[in-house]
Ligand binder design. Structure first.
Ligand SMILES: Cc1cc2nc3c(=O)[nH]c(=O)nc-3n(C[C@H](O)[C@H](O)[C@H](O)COP(=O)(O)OP(=O)(O)OC[C@H]3O[C@@H](n4cnc5c(N)ncnc54)[C@H](O)[C@@H]3O)c2cc1C
Length: 430
């Protein structure tokens, strides 16, 4: 079946031959046409797209296979959504140690981008909690790998952007929790240097830390949000159902007119939640999941997400310089997220997280104007020795990809010759 498929940024919707994977022992390979695994399409750019090629969709691989309630070890198929793991396991006292800003991603997608959450300084990234995974190659070979077992295959596949094969199942180490609630507090800050001080001060006592930053404010005003899991007898419940953006508006609803009042209102709203409050993990970790198809607000041309990480030493100046560049360009981002990564190396050869500070921004696609701005941000990231997150990217230059990911040459040895993506053709030649 040929279908138009787009990723979360909605920048393009090329045709694909879509094949739903129902078996975990072989891939339907179409002669001479490369394939690509596809999870839930929550990547923003072209890492999950394979225009004019095959997409093996994995959502039908949605079974839980085994659970050890003593050890918290869960084995499941790769198309299971993180949301379904959380909702099944939290009532049993276990939770995924690492979840991203949306829980509507598959286990396979979480592995392939080695996703991170708000607690990198405590739990690292998703790959740190995989005991083993099953990798199906296009030649029919099955490789079971994990830490200490076909180690190099494991390191290539975690963060490997789906290019080493299809992950069909994985065994994950969950972490014990005492309930679904967290105690959270917000701390407003007026300058970027205050953000770094808050990050340092919070590292020892707070598991989850993240900041929203007002990128229309040149000094770096924002709100630092932090939370810890707590035991509570009762607490707020997550909302049921949520709301939806029903149509794609003819132009982006994120523009100069809407952004300034939004940022001011958001700042004031968050800044007044200073006291510690009890929150359910769903709104705390995944606040946007209740607004279905929120990506439509950017209009028919879609949007770019730009997420970089730069080493901590140069972090303050690099982030300040990025914010200044954005303000000077007269642009702004509605979802501007700043957080620090802990001082730990990632498992995957191509994993994004590294010790430093990461800034994620959304920009409506205004064609050349937006691309020129992103190129200026690239210069800052390159000079600071940083990298761009593939899960969010649709346009990074090849030399920045190569300098940002020094294990690329090693990784290429593990690629499956029957798999490629728009991103791999753009950045790795094939
Ligand atoms: C609102 C929102 C918030 C987000 N917040 C964060 C965040 O906080 N941290 C973060 O790290 N990311 C975040 N992301 C990005 C998201 O977590 C990743 O892009 C994730 O990989 C998407 O998973 P998916 O199942 O939708 O996979 P897709 O987007 O469909 O695919 C992603 C990649 O995984 C590969 N893949 C998918 N399934 C398999 C499989 N079974 N075997 C091998 N490869 C496979 C694909 O080929 C592709 O390369 C966010 C995304 C959104 C929309």
């Amino acid at each position: 079946m040929t279908t138009r498929v787009s990723s979360w940024g909605r920048l393009a919707s090329p045709e694909h031959q879509v094949i739903a994977l129902t078996q975990t022992d072989k891939l339907r390979v179409v002669d001479g046409v490369n394939g690509l695994p596809f999870g839930n399409g929550r990547s923003y750019g072209d890492v999950c797209l394979n225009p004019d090629g095959v997409l093996w969709t994995t959502r039908s691989l949605d079974r839980f296979i085994a659970f050890d309630p003593e050890l918290g070890l869960l084995t499941c198929e790769a198309g299971v959504l993180l949301r379904d793991i959380q909702r099944t396991m939290v009532p049993q006292g276990w939770m995924l140690p690492v979840t991203p800003g949306t829980q509507l991603v598959t286990v396979g997608g979480a592995i392939a981008n080695d996703i991170h959450g708000k607690n990198h300084h405590v739990f690292g990234s998703f790959g740190d909690h995989i005991k083993s995974l099953r990798l199906l190659r296009t030649d029919g070979e099955v490789i079971v790998c994990g830490p200490g077992q076909h180690d190099q295959w494991f390191k290539a596949t975690v963060g490997g952007m789906g290019l080493t094969g299809v992950v069909t199942q994985a065994t994950l180490q969950l972490r014990p929790i005492q309930g679904p609630w967290l105690e959270a507090e917000n701390v407003p800050f007026q300058h970027l240097s205050e953000f770094f001080q808050l990050a340092d001060d919070s590292e020892a006592g707070w598991e989850h830390t993240v900041s929203w930053i007002d990128c229309l404010n040149r000094q770096g005003r924002g709100v630092f949000m932090r939370g810890n899991h707590v035991a509570a007898q009762t607490g707020p419940q997550p909302s049921k159902g949520g709301i939806a953006v029903p149509v794609v508006p003819p132009i982006s609803m994120v523009n100069k007119l809407s952004l300034r009042p939004f940022n001011l209102a958001y700042y004031q709203l968050q800044a007044c939640k200073r006291q510690k409050t009890l929150v359910h993990y769903e709104p705390f970790f995944h606040p946007l999941d209740d607004v279905h198809q929120w990506n439509r607000i950017y209009g028919p041309k879609g949007f770019y997400q730009y997420q970089s990480v730069v080493p901590r030493k140069l972090g303050h100046d690099a982030v300040a310089s990025m914010l200044k560049t954005i303000a000077t360009a007269g642009e702004g981002s509605f979802l501007a997220v700043l957080k620090t990564f802990g001082d730990r190396q990632s498992v995957g050869m191509m994993s994004f997280p590294m010790p430093g500070v990461t800034l994620a921004l959304d920009f409506p696609n205004k064609g050349e104007k937006t691309l020129a701005l992103l190129q200026s941000l690239d210069d800052i990231v390159r000079d600071a020795g940083g990298r761009i997150y593939a899960a969010k990217d649709a346009r990074m230059p090849r030399e920045l990809f190569e300098s940002g990911y020094p294990k690329l040459t090693e990784f290429l040895k593990y690629r499956d010759p029957g798999i490629s993506s728009a991103m791999s053709r753009r950045l790795m030649e094939s």
